[in-house]
Design a protein around this ligand. Structure first.
Ligand code: NAI
Length: 363
């Protein structure tokens, strides 16, 4: 049993805050570190809120969490988890600073969305200890943790991350190959690309989301971008574009404009929607046709399988557990008819020439 283990968790933003709570709730001792005292103060406030109102557990739970801006408080940690800003230089710097402080056998995990484990590990003195442990948002609700190592990763490190994931009540899905975006983000960001083009053409967010929610998912596509944070969405789209090219080309103007005005989504209280008490305020609207969204995500699922990242069964599981969908993508594709989805994409590809619509499933 590993609870009681001391975890050094770096990054008290949207994800790190809730992940710290998840670990503390399961009896781990958490040292939550951030360079921003404001982030730490907000994290503490949220932990108090969660422990008093949501879980009805005693507020003493947060005695399991220490809040710090001093990286030297990592001393004594048995496990490091990072959820700092999605910036390669920042993450590399953090890990190399930690390597100077901590012993060689301390396990490192990353919540990165759009860098490979290799990119982060290659700079380490001991690259074998780093594993991706990628949560889905909101981390308290979503069961998914994508787990993958790089070519350096040692088996014991991977096994420990699988065990930690299970101990905190998550379902680890182990991937076969390290790649940018792993499975979940490669899938959902194709839908974000389509949404940004539709928004650019004047389609209303409410229409897109009303259509997509007809597929049974708890969050709409535009609502999902707000939930993640538009600054984070932009970084991830840019990193996926760098790795996979034109599939992830998107009209940048909308995101740039909203980010420059501080409309970052849920965490700012406003993005595409206004957010109140943790939920987006979404007015009723005529649902837009959701099949192009389903079609691009299914299409990317074929590419993910083709690239050897995971088999169809695991891709389906990642999708179900990561977005809270009632069925897997390949199951949905059968339901809607693969021929239909292919015809829709072929028509959209002829019309737009955008690579996101280029069919990559079976003929
Ligand atoms: P965020 O922007 O809410 O928080 C990032 C935090 O990192 C901030 O509190 C910032 O002060 C802190 N930070 C920056 N530099 C630091 C440093 N050198 N040392 C310590 N802390 C530092 O970001 P968010 O959304 O929580 O994302 C964090 C990580 O989790 C990223 O790698 C992101 O890709 C990943 N992720 C994000 C998801 C989302 O839906 N937002 C979902 C799954 C993964």
């Amino acid at each position: 049993m590993m609870s009681g283990v001391r975890i050094f968790l770096a990054g008290a933003g949207l994800m790190g805050t809730d992940i710290a709570y998840i670990f503390a709730h399961k009896g781990f001792r958490v040292v939550l570190y951030d360079i921003s005292p404001d982030s730490l103060a907000r994290a503490r406030e949220r932990h108090l809120y969660l422990s008093r109102n949501v879980d009805m557990v005693s507020p003493e739970l947060i005695d399991n969490i220490v809040y710090t801006t001093d990286i030297n408080d990592s001393r004594g940690a048995e496990f490091v988890f990072e959820a700092v800003v999605e910036d390669l230089k920042v993450k590399r710097r953090l890990f190399s600073d930690l390597e100077r402080i901590l012993d060689r056998d301390i396990l490192f995990a990353t919540n990165t969305s759009s860098y490979t484990v290799s990119e982060l590990a290659s700079q380490l003195d001991d690259p074998g200890r780093l594993v991706a442990m990628h949560f889905s948002n909101p981390p308290i609700d979503m069961k998914l943790v994508e787990v993958v190592g790089s070519s350096y990763t040692v088996d014991e490190a991977l096994d420990s991350i699988i065990e930690y994931s299970r101990l905190i009540g998550k379902e680890p899905i182990v991937l076969d190959k390290d790649c940018r975006g792993f499975v979940l983000n490669r899938l959902i960001y194709t839908a974000f690309v389509v949404a940004l083009y539709q928004l650019d053409r004047g389609v209303r967010p409410e229409s897109i989301d009303a259509g997509v929610k007809g597929l049974g998912v708890p969050y709409g596509v535009v609502e999902g971008m707000d939930l993640i944070g538009l600054d984070v969405v932009k970084r991830i789209l840019d990193n996926l574009f760098e790795a996979y090219g034109d599939i992830y080309r998107y009209p940048a103007n909308i995101l740039d404009d909203m980010i420059s005005r501080g409309k970052l989504g849920k965490k700012a209280g406003v993005g595409f929607y206004r957010w109140e008490s943790g939920s987006a305020v979404i007015t009723e609207a005529e649902p837009a046709d959701p099949t192009p969204y389903l079609a691009v995500v299914v299409n990317e699922a074929f590419r993910v399988v083709e690239d050897g990242v995971a088999d169809k069964a695991r891709v389906d599981k990642v999708y179900r557990l990561g977005v809270g969908a009632p069925a897997g993508l390949f199951e949905l594709a059968d339901l809607f008819g693969l021929d239909n989805l292919r015809d829709i994409l072929n028509a959209m590809y002829s019309e737009t020439g955008h690579r996101v619509f280029k069919w990559s499933g079976p003929d």
